[in-house]
Design a protein around this ligand. Structure first.
Ligand SMILES: CC(C)(COP(=O)(O)OP(=O)(O)OC[C@H]1O[C@@H](n2cnc3c(N)ncnc32)[C@H](O)[C@@H]1OP(=O)(O)O)[C@@H](O)C(=O)NCCC(=O)NCCS
Length: 200
């Protein structure tokens, strides 16, 4: 496979448009029940055809305000996860953030926090987002830690609102404002190149 297209650079990760060549690895990640549950969704085994059917409308730009990316580990551009910003372009300039580092072996190594910072910088500077929101669960300290390190802060909890693997958990609401996002959290390393692509 050719080297993937990459638009956003950090020090240890780079982000680029999602593409159908990622289907095998996306399908592997989506068949891990723990990953899906921590992401807030109900687990169901999925075939590559199902993953393709979900992805293709997004790649065609059919969901307004959705900007999705693949995350690659540098320097070899190995795919390690996905991230997206949703609901961009409303008059409120408030959007929602989501990320998954697909393989458990790649978690806890700083990739998630750095990819979050890179995508926040892009959303604030290029997409005009003013306020970024996300929610996660109280039983996911790795997610809460990564988001805090990237610049999010907790703004509240919806108590006992989720059941994750039989455990009752709070939903943790977090926000990051453009004007509070530290300048040094910008992308580093190679110059950032923004390419227009239908996957965005
Ligand atoms: C959430 C996720 C994207 C974070 O990415 P990551 O690469 O694992 O996170 P990072 O390594 O950048 O940062 C994790 C932080 O949490 C801390 N952390 C990790 N496990 C922890 C634990 N059990 N308790 C407390 N802190 C923990 C780490 O020490 C690190 O903070 P630090 O750098 O200040 O030490 C990733 O773990 C993931 O995809 N998990 C599965 C699916 C999921 O949870 N999706 C998010 C749903 S909202």
């Amino acid at each position: 496979m050719d080297a993937p297209r990459v638009n956003l650079w950090g020090r240890r990760v780079a982000l680029g448009p999602l593409h159908l060549g990622l289907l095998p690895v996306l399908t592997r990640w989506e068949n891990d029940p723990r990953t899906i549950e921590l992401g807030g969704d109900e687990f169901q085994p999925v075939t590559e055809e199902v993953v393709r059917a979900r992805l293709e409308p997004l790649l065609r730009g059919e969901r307004a305000g959705w900007h999705g990316f693949a995350i690659y580990a540098l320097p070899d551009l190995r795919p390690i996860g996905v991230a997206n910003v949703r609901d961009v372009g409303t008059p409120h300039r408030t959007a929602e953030f989501g990320i998954t580092i697909g393989d458990p072996a790649d978690r806890g190594r700083g990739y998630g926090a750095e990819a979050t910072r890179v995508l926040l910088r892009y959303a604030f500077d290029e997409l005009g987002v003013h306020t970024m929101l996300l929610d996660t669960v109280s039983v996911n300290p790795a997610a809460i830690g990564a988001y805090q390190r990237a610049g999010f802060r907790e703004i509240g909890r919806i108590r006992q609102a989720r059941r994750i693997g039989g455990i009752v958990a709070d939903v943790v609401l977090m926000e990051c404002l453009a004007r509070e996002f530290p300048a040094e959290a910008a992308t580093a390393g190679k110059p950032r190149q923004i390419a227009t692509n239908s996957a965005h």
